[in-house]
Structure formats: structure tokens, C-alpha cells
Design a protein around this ligand. Structure first.
Ligand SMILES: NC(=O)c1ccc[n+]([C@@H]2O[C@H](COP(=O)([O-])OP(=O)(O)OC[C@H]3O[C@@H](n4cnc5c(N)ncnc54)[C@H](OP(=O)(O)O)[C@@H]3O)[C@@H](O)[C@H]2O)c1
Length: 383
């Protein structure tokens, strides 16, 4: 069997490490040809030793720290400028987008235009420019198989069904780290409180987004773009056990659900081996032990980020890019202890309100909106 040549953007993060774990289990099926990170030289060095990629990219000022590492023929690139060219190279079959943030947009689009199979965990790029990415995929024939567990669940529930029969999707949300904490305490939450997620172990940005429910809001927009839905077709339901990863409801009232243990290696492996389902050697779900699965309505007053994301999804144009950029800046400021927890969504809301939307935007319009929103959010934080 010909090995699939895999590029992993963001190999040192939570999704990147899980992807390498999947690949470690199936060395006869996969070959890692590109690894990228931003700053984490220590972890990247170990990964290079183990997987011997031909190409590696990271921040320009860190490259010298990796010299002499890996194969004698290994080449090193600047992560800020070279990703788009690297992902469209002949030595790549599948691109796993495991890096955080808006920086993923250009390489994502480049991989899609080059007709590669793309496995995005990153949701920010799809939120910013999902219509442009999906149009490019239709043109090039690139296959996009989502890794984000909710989108993977929807993708799986759509397999073998007629798209015209779909009525709506139900995105499940665990409720995040604050679900059981009274909202009166929210303004005094520390970074450590917010980073304590009960179900998933993830990077810092997405864990904070899970606490505000902005993560679910971003997923509403992501699902809408990925699957060509209206905003009204995307529903959110709180499901604290996080066993059902999302559902698709059809015209006849039937609901298909995808269930599994909370381990990102399952959707990652599915995206890499699709349409095959290989063993993960994980302990399966103990349905009897679970006893009951519960579902609750999300409280939009307690979690205004979700209501804001629905509004932004309906608005479209450059507004989702503004929401995403302002959120990235505000979350970073919270992680650096410059603002309080409740200020995150307040700042994002103000930036969204101040934005003058461009409908049917070009990529340049989206990038301009992103830059504008970051500056606006920073000004609000400083103010
Ligand atoms: N973690 C999850 O379970 C999960 C689930 C669903 C979706 N996602 C999505 O997957 C993406 C990654 O999440 P994560 O939790 O794995 O994040 P993470 O642990 O913070 O890892 C981020 C990775 O991206 C790299 N990176 C960060 N900024 C970069 C930039 N500007 N340019 C190039 N590389 C950059 C980091 O490199 P350094 O290590 O060198 O900084 C690291 O390798 C996010 O978009 C998230 O929303 C994650």
C-alpha cells in the first residue's frame, strides 16, 4: 500500500500531538513529510528525530536552533511566509490543519486550491472565509474532512444520505468549564479556573472559548459554511456528558447521531483513513455504565457569545472575520491577565457593532476586516 504523505501544521499543539499519535500507530500507512510549529523548538526537535520529515517550518528566528536535527536532507522554512507553498508541494497528500487562529487561512486555501485532501481542526479559517474555501474546494475537487469533533460527527451522519433530505443539525456542547459555576462568580475567575475543562484536554485558546461558549458560536458558523446550511438549520444543545458529538435531523424526523469517547484521536484518524475505520485500540463506550444522556437548552443570557455568533452568522460578509479576530485578541489579553473574563465577550461585541460590513467579500476584504478588528479590539483593551 502506498503511504499517505501527511503535512501537519501545528504539530506541537494538542491536535498536532494527537495526529502524530495516530500516525505512530500506523507507520505502514503514513509518512510525515512536513511538520510546522511557531516557537516550540523542544517538542519539534523530538518530533523531527522520530518522524524524519523532509521539511520543517517554524518562526524564522528559531530555525538556527534546529540545524543538525533530522535527516541530512531535511530543509527548514519560515512558518510565517512559506506555509502556502509547502502545503501545495508534490510531496503532500493530506494536510492536517492543527494550528490555531487566523494564520491558518492562507495555507488552508492554498492546500484546497492545490486539490489536496484537507483535515481541518482549525475553525477560525472556515469562520473567516468559509464560502471562499468551499468554493475553491468545489473548483479543485479537494476533499475536506473535518477533524473538529462536532463537524466530524455531522460529516459522518451525512454519509450515505441525500443532502436534500437534511432538515437541521444539532451541535452538542458540553457546557464548558463554567457550566456548573454560578454566573455571579464569573468576573472573578482566574485563568486557571477557566482552563480547567471537565471533558476535553485542549489548547488554551479553545478552552477559554469553551468557557464563554464562543467556541460553540464559532462552530455554528463553521458548520453553516462547511455543510452549506442556513443559520436557522444549525441548532445548539447542551449535552454535559459529551458522548454524542453532534446529530443530523432529516425531513422524516429521524435523527442520526455519532457517539464515542471524548478523544480527538478518533475524528483525526477517521479524517486520515477515510473511508476506512481502523482500530484505535481505545476502550469503547460503556453504554450501561453511562446510564443516561441528558440535553439542555443553552442559556443565551448567561453565555451572550452564542447569541452574538448567531447574529454574526446571519450577517455574513466580513462580520464573521471580525468576530474571530476580536475574539483572538480578547482571549489572548485574558490569558495575559490584562482583562477580566467577562470583558472578553464585551470587547468582541463592541468590535462587531462598530464594524461596517462588506457583503460578498473578497479575500482581501476579509484580511482588511481582520486587521481592522484586531486594532479595534486592542484599542478597547488599552482603553
Ligand atoms: N485541541 C482540541 O481538542 C481541538 C478540538 C477541536 C478543534 N480544535 C481547533 O484546532 C486548532 C488547534 O487547537 P489546539 O488546541 O491543538 O491548539 P494548541 O495546543 O494551542 O496548538 C497550536 C499549534 O499551532 C501552532 N501555532 C500557533 N500559532 C501559530 C501561528 N501564528 N503560525 C503557525 N503556527 C502556529 C503552535 O505552535 P507552538 O507550539 O510552537 O506555539 C501549535 O503547534 C484550533 O483552531 C482549535 O480551535 C482543537
Amino acid at each position: 500500500m502506498k503511504k499517505k504523505r501527511v503535512a501537519i501544521l501545528g504539530s506541537t499543539g494538542s491536535i498536532g500531538l494527537n495526529t502524530l499519535d495516530v500516525i505512530r500507530r500506523y507507520p505502514d500507512r503514513f509518512e510525515v513529510t512536513l511538520l510546522t510549529a511557531r516557537n516550540n523548538v523542544t517538542v519539534l526537535r523530538e518530533q523531527i528525530k522520530e518522524f524524519s520529515p523532509r521539511k520543517v517550518a517554524l518562526s524564522g528566528d528559531k530555525i538556527s536552533q534546529l540545524r543538525g536535527c533530522g535527516l541530512p536532507s531535511s530543509r527548514f522554512f519560515d512558518v510565517e511566509n512559506d506555509l502556502s507553498g509547502l502545503v501545495s508541494g508534490k510531496d503532500v497528500d493530506v494536510v492536517v490543519i492543527a494550528m490555531t487562529g487566523a494564520a491558518a487561512l492562507k495555507p488552508f486555501l492554498s492546500a484546497v486550491k492545490a486539490g489536496k485532501a484537507v483535515a481541518p481542526a482549525n475553525k477560525e479559517a472556515l469562520v473567516m472565509a468559509g464560502d471562499i474555501i468551499m468554493a475553491a474546494a468545489r473548483k479543485s475537487g479537494a476533499r475536506i474532512i473535518p477533524v473538529d469533533s462536532e463537524q466530524s460527527a455531522i460529516f459522518q451522519c451525512l454519509e450515505g444520505q441525500r443532502r436534500c433530505d437534511l432538515a437541521k443539525v444539532h451541535l452538542t456542547a458540553s457546557g464548558g468549564p463554567l457550566w456548573n459555576i454560578p454566573s455571579a462568580r464569573y468576573d472573578n475567575l482566574t485563568v486557571a479556573d477557566v482552563l480547567r475543562h471537565p471533558r476535553w484536554s485542549m489548547g488554551a485558546k479553545i478552552t477559554v472559548d469553551s468557557a464563554t461558549l464562543m467556541n460553540k458560536g464559532l462552530e455554528v458558523i463553521e458548520a453553516q459554511r462547511l455543510f452549506g446550511l442556513t443559520t436557522e438549520q444549525v441548532h445548539v444543545v447542551i449535552h454535559p456528558q459529551a458522548i454524542i458529538h453532534s446529530m443530523v435531523e432529516y425531513g422524516d424526523g429521524s435523527i442520526m447521531a455519532q457517539l464515542g469517547v471524548t478523544d480527538m484521536r478518533i475524528p483525526i484518524q477517521y479524517a486520515l483513513t477515510y473511508p476506512e475505520r481502523l482500530s484505535t485500540a481505545m476502550k469503547g463506550l460503556d453504554l450501561v455504565g453511562l446510564g443516561a444522556l441528558t440535553f439542555l437548552k443553552p442559556d443565551m443570557k448567561r453565555f451572550p457569545a452564542l447569541a452574538l455568533a448567531y447574529h454574526v452568522s446571519r450577517e455574513g460578509g466580513t462580520v464573521p472575520a471580525v468576530l474571530n479576530a476580536a475574539d483572538e485578541v480578547a482571549v489572548e489579553a485574558f490569558l495575559l491577565k490584562k482583562i477580566k473574563f467577562l470583558s472578553i465577550v464585551r470587547i468582541v461585541e463592541k468590535v462587531v457593532k462598530a464594524h461596517e460590513k462588506v457583503g460578498m467579500p473578497s479575500l482581501e476584504d476579509i484580511q482588511r476586516a481582520d486587521v481592522w478588528a484586531r486594532a479595534k479590539a486592542l484599542a478597547l483593551i488599552k482603553g
